[in-house]
Design a binder for this molecule. Structure first.
Ligand SMILES: NC(=O)c1ccc[n+]([C@@H]2O[C@H](COP(=O)([O-])OP(=O)(O)OC[C@H]3O[C@@H](n4cnc5c(N)ncnc54)[C@H](O)[C@@H]3O)[C@@H](O)[C@H]2O)c1
Ligand SMILES: [Zn+2]
Ligand SMILES: [Zn+2]
Length: 390
């Protein structure tokens, strides 16, 4: 089969590799009909996430048709149409029982490695670093889905792939980011990053009844999409983010702040981001924390910082004194995808939201390597890429 494989920094190739096979009775094999490139893939592509190995199959946002089912899997049948969450879950451990799926205690095959780095193991993830199990991903014609009797979300016909594909990652990610804000009707929610995750955070914050949603980015097409979703756009190239946010909140600051940017934040002309770039280049710091610092500074006291943006290691110069004295709460994590999928699928079916709005580019899998670059460089007004493997 064909699959997009990692061959080092900025080097993805569409290779021919052996088809996956059932390795465990709970497995299923899914013929991938659509898969997407996620902002988290860019952190791998740009070489910021440790634990990638030459030849790893990429991709964690995918869906398709079940073509083979393990003997112990009583939930799926050949022919089922499924979206596969990027978090691999067992459904039985303490954390899964509590709905804390992204920290499932069983599915990471490299638990010891993860525990050495993070103190504890977290869930296995598709197409990601070996710190999260090194499972082959879904940017491929076929994927083996472990624990397939728990994770996959069955989809009835009548909805297109593009309407449901993002249930596997960015829609629940934006949703969880907003839910974690405990939004109240008088709240201003400021969202850094109007990429795909930011777009879903915006729409989720609106659905959850925020008074005012503000989207911060510098790319006009992303800010236009944010405006269409109900947000006030704020271009950080044109104005001071802190001043503009204070103005829009009568000097009080946003009640809730969402970081939908993560470790590769940029901020032109800001002193702290030059410091970050220098330290990152010298490998003295792994993640650029400009957005975190800005959120801490501008957030209204007693507010909430919700952080879906991915960080990998160490951040530097975090004004923790401000976090403590302002009484800010920090809520973060890889998304507990299956906690949200039933509700979000229902909202799609009831036409409360049509997630396909975010797709700007569709291409065959073979064009994946170019599409990684287009998405990373934000060329051609690219916001979200869907790849078709067949
Ligand atoms: N928590 C999870 O489970 C989860 C799931 C999916 C993605 N993510 C993470 O969410 C983040 C966003 O993903 P995406 O797909 O939207 O990626 P993306 O790269 O397309 O979007 C990031 C956006 O942030 C903007 N940006 C950069 N610096 C900024 C700054 N200083 N202020 C405001 N905006 C800035 C960029 O212009 C870009 O539009 C990534 O870190 C990704 O890894 C997390
Ligand atoms: Zn992702
Ligand atoms: Zn579990």
């Amino acid at each position: 089969m064909k699959a997009l494989r990692y061959h080092g920094k900025e080097h993805i190739r569409c290779d021919t590799v052996p088809d996956p096979i059932i390795e465990h009775p709970r497995d299923a094999i899914v013929k991938v009909t659509s898969c997407a490139i996620c902002g988290s893939d860019l952190h791998l592509y740009d070489g910021f996430v440790p634990g990638m190995v030459d030849g790893d199959i990429m991709g964690h946002e995918f869906m398709g048709e079940v073509v083979e089912v393990g003997s112990g899997n009583k939930r799926l049948q050949v022919g089922d149409r499924v979206v596969v969450p990027f978090t691999i879950i067992c459904g039985e451990c303490d954390q899964c029982k509590r709905g804390n799926y992204s920290v499932c205690e069983r599915t990471n095959r490299n638990k010891d490695l993860a525990a050495t780095v993070f103190g504890h193991s977290t869930a296995g993830l598709f197409g990601y670093t070996h710190l999260t199990g090194g499972y082959p991903g879904g940017q491929a014609q076929y994927t083996r889905v472990p624990y397939a009797d728990v994770g996959p979300v069955k989809i009835e016909n009548g909805l297109t792939d593009e309407q449901v594909l993002f249930l596997g990652d960015i829609f629940p990610t934006g949703w969880q980011a907003a839910v974690q804000c405990d939004i109240e009707p008088h709240d201003t929610v400021a969202i850094w990053g109007a990429g795909p995750v930011g777009q879903f955070a915006i729409r989720s914050a609106v659905l959850l009844g925020a008074k005012q949603v503000i989207a911060i980015d510098y790319l006009p097409e992303r800010l236009s999409m944010a405006r269409a979703g109900g947000a006030i756009p704020l271009n950080f190239e044109d104005e001071s983010v802190v001043e503009a946010l204070n103005e829009l909140t009568h000097g009080k600051g946003p009640d809730k702040c969402i970081d939908a940017v993560g470790m590769e934040a940029h901020a032109l002309r800001s002193l702290d981001s030059m410091y970050d770039r220098a330290k990152q280049a010298l490998m003295l710091e792994s993640d650029r924390a400009h957005v975190l610092r800005e959120m801490i500074y501008v957030c209204r006291p007693a507010g909430i910082l919700s952080i879906p943006g991915v960080y990998g290691g160490l951040v530097d110069k975090i004004p923790f004194g401000a976090v403590m004295n302002k009484g800010l709460q920090i809520r973060t994590g890889q998304t507990h995808v299956n906690r949200w999928t039933d509700d979000l699928l229902r909202r799609i079916q009831q036409r409360e939201i049509d997630p396909s709005f975010v797709v700007t580019h569709t291409a065959p899998l073979e064009q994946g390597p170019q599409m990684y670059r287009t998405f990373r460089d934000k060329d051609d007004s690219c916001i979200k890429v869907v790849l078709k493997p067949h």
